[in-house]
Design a protein around this ligand. Structure first.
Ligand SMILES: C[S@@+](CC[C@H](N)C(=O)[O-])C[C@H]1O[C@@H](n2cnc3c(N)ncnc32)[C@H](O)[C@@H]1O
Length: 298
């Protein structure tokens, strides 16, 4: 019999179960399901997958069938048994070493971001990141939390790189950068270290980590180091003018709450950070992808 409940109840179930879908994806990457099926010479049955991964037969079968339902795997029947293979989606985005692989980003999301998101209600209540509860690291020590081990630093950087490989080109094409002969992509400890002189500084996925006060301090440093006529290119996911969309950017902003000191911002909020530092001619361009671009001139 069909449920008497309407669209509201359907949406509620979809939202409530969303974390289970994420976990299926994270677990299948973590266990190496997609890498195993990519390396296998033919589709494998569930017993072969569980024996090669060293996972339980029952858990493996349930995970594989759920992946089929999510279109991450495809199943066929051979000799009366279900055999599994990667779908095109999995071959493209989930297999280690594929040029468009997002596997490292998913591993990072599952092992680190998700653990902080577990404490979202506390993050909202306290207004600060959840490294203390998630990993026993004081919330003020952002650098030592994000880079708490060499393994973790590499995992984070590889995850960022996965996304950049897919999104970077459209962000860098948002403005004509040919007027800037010397471009510096800022990393390292730019709050303290002397900044190299350049025509254009790129701040990619940096300002969203920090409070307005720290962003202003960093932008003032950049303005002083920047050659006259130069500028700064800020690469972030832009909120709508009213701050109430797009949903993905709002979720990224909550991610900044649980993991950093910062937030995602509207174009007007970026202008309000850039102008007091001395930057002018602030232009914002949306790319339609995960990240947008803001260019300002000295
Ligand atoms: C989210 S990563 C972005 C890296 C790169 N721009 C990208 O888009 O892939 C943040 C950058 O801020 C730098 N950083 C500087 N000071 C930091 C601090 N105190 N805590 C965390 N990150 C810091 C890191 O070295 C890193 O390069």
């Amino acid at each position: 019999m069909c449920s008497q409940e309407g669209e509201g109840y359907r949406l509620l179930k979809e939202y409530a179960n969303g974390f289970m879908v994420s976990q299926v994806l994270f677990a299948a990457c973590e266990l190496g399901v997609f890498d195993l099926l990519a390396e296998a010479l033919e589709p494998l049955d569930s017993a072969a997958v569980s024996s090669r991964l060293g996972s339980s037969p029952r858990g493996t079968e349930l995970l594989l069938d759920t992946c089929v339902s999510l279109k991450l795997l495809q199943a066929a029947v051979r000799g009366g048994k279900a055999v599994y293979a990667n779908t095109e989606l999995a071959s493209t985005y989930l297999v280690r070493g594929s040029p468009r692989s997002q596997r490292d980003m998913l591993l990072y999301s599952g092992r680190t971001a998700y653990v902080c998101w577990r404490h979202l209600a506390e993050a909202v209540r306290e207004g600060r990141n959840q490294y203390p509860k998630a990993f026993g690291i004081p919330s003020e020590e952002l650098f030592s939390a994000i880079y708490r081990s060499e393994d973790e630093r590499l995992r984070f950087m590889e995850g960022l790189q996965d996304v950049w490989r897919l999104e970077g080109a459209s962000v860098l094409a948002a403005f004509d950068l040919s007027p800037f002969p010397l471009i510096c992509d800022l990393g390292g400890d730019f709050f303290k270290d002397p900044l190299p002189e350049a025509d254009l500084y790129i701040l990619a996925r940096v300002l969203h980590d920090w409070t307005d006060a720290k962003c202003c301090h960093l932008l003032q440093r950049l303005y002083r180091a920047c050659r006259t006529g130069g500028g700064v290119l800020v690469i972030e996911s832009l909120l709508d003018a009213d701050g109430r969309g797009p949903l993905t950017t709002l979720l990224y902003s909550l991610n900044m709450l649980v993991q950093t000191e910062g937030r995602e911002r509207t174009p007007a909020q970026y202008c309000a950070l850039l102008a007091p530092a001395g930057f002018r001619d602030v232009q914002c361009r949306r790319t339609g992808g995960a990240y947008d671009a803001v260019l300002a001139r000295k």
